[in-house]
Design a protein around this ligand. Structure first.
Ligand code: FES
Length: 182
């Protein structure tokens, strides 16, 4: 009688069984791995709470700013002085690396309230300048000490390696003084 060399019927069946067992195991393993990922993907209550931020601007005087937190990142909320607004409006935007007017970067009727992320668009450092006693750089807005990016009073990039203006997040004024960001 010929010895079963693995190519006979018994051998095929045995391999099929081994394959099926391996697939079943992978299937079970796959489910076990996928479930924790799915539960990680559904936002927890604290993440949902951070997905929008309310800021009361009523106490911010012209020339002052505050740092809030939006999605775990610094959010600069600054009330510009008349001089800072005039300086921003005096710039020919065709000369800018990332051309935007102050009007485009603020809300109608609130051009004095400049709300941007406090994150340098070069490599993500937090620029100086939200406090009036900090170095605001040669253009009077913000200055990133990491590699010397200088932003103007509309937080537009004017000098240094950063490619873009400080990002203006989505926000609305929910009253004359309260802003909802996100
Ligand atoms: S991270 Fe701001 S200049 Fe590089």
């Amino acid at each position: 009688m010929a010895e079963n060399d693995g190519n006979g019927e018994d051998g095929v069946r045995r391999r099929d069984f081994i394959n099926i067992a391996a697939v079943s195991f992978a299937g079970v393993g796959g489910i076990a791995v996928v479930l924790p990922l799915v539960s990680q993907m559904s936002p927890s209550a604290d993440v949902l709470a951070e997905s929008s931020t309310e800021v009361d601007t009523s106490k911010i005087e012209a020339g002052q700013g505050i740092t809030a937190v939006y999605r775990k990142q610094p959010l600069f909320v600054r009330r510009l002085t008349k001089k800072e607004i005039d300086e921003a409006n005096a710039v020919d935007i065709s000369t800018l690396r990332d051309p935007e007017t102050l009007e485009q970067r603020t809300k109608p009727g609130h051009t004095d309230m400049l709300i941007t992320m406090g994150v340098c668009t070069h490599l993500g450092c937090v620029p100086l300048g939200i406090q009036s006693d900090q170095n605001r750089g040669p253009f009077g807005g913000y200055f990133c000490p990491c590699h010397g990016s200088a932003y103007d009073t509309a937080a537009r990039i004017r000098k240094g390696p950063a490619p873009k203006n400080l990002q203006v997040p989505d926000y609305v004024f929910t009253s004359d003084t309260v802003v909802s960001v996100g």
